[in-house]
Design a protein around this ligand. Structure first.
Ligand code: 5GP
Ligand code: ZN
Length: 111
C-alpha cells in the first residue's frame, strides 16, 4: 500500500519518534505548526475518521489513553495542548492515514 504513514510505521521512511507501542506511533511533524507538534497514528491503516468502527476503535482509545502521557513526557501537559484531527478534503486532511496532531508549547488564541 502506498501510504506515507504506513511507511513511517514500517521504518521505510525515517521519523523522529517520541513514543511507540504495539497500537500507535507518535513522531515529530516535519513541518511544525507550534513549538511542539507531534503526529500520532494508529498502527493499522485507517483512512480517516470516517472509517472508525467498532473493530478498530480500540486504536483510537489507545491513542487518547496515551496523549496525556506523551504531553507530560514532552513537558507541556500542565500548560495544556491542542489535539486536532483533519478529516477528508474539507477538513484539510493531506495524508490518508488517520492521525491526530498534538500541539503544544504555545498559547492558542484562535478558535
Ligand atoms: P494533515 O494535513 O493530513 O492533517 O496532516 C499531515 C501532516 O503530516 C502534516 O502536518 C505534514 O507536515 C506531516 N507530514 C507530511 N509528510 C511527512 C513526513 O514525511 N514526515 C513527517 N514527520 N511528517 C510529515
Ligand atoms: Zn497507512
Amino acid at each position: 500500500m502506498d501510504c506515507l504513514f504506513c511507511k513511517i510505521i514500517g521504518g521505510e521512511i525515517p521519523s523522529t519518534k517520541v513514543y511507540e507501542d504495539d497500537m500507535l506511533l507518535a513522531f515529530r511533524d516535519i513541518n511544525p505548526q507550534a513549538p511542539e507538534h507531534i503526529v500520532i497514528v494508529p498502527k493499522t491503516h485507517i483512512r480517516s475518521a470516517n472509517e472508525i468502527n467498532s473493530d478498530n476503535v480500540k486504536y483510537i482509545s489507545a491513542i487518547w489513553e496515551k496523549i496525556p502521557q506523551i504531553a507530560a513526557d514532552l513537558g507541556f501537559a500542565e500548560n495544556g495542548y491542542r489535539v486536532i484531527n483533519n478529516c477528508g478534503h474539507d477538513g484539510g486532511q493531506t495524508v490518508e492515514h488517520l492521525h491526530f496532531h498534538l500541539l503544544g508549547g504555545k498559547t492558542f488564541t484562535d478558535f
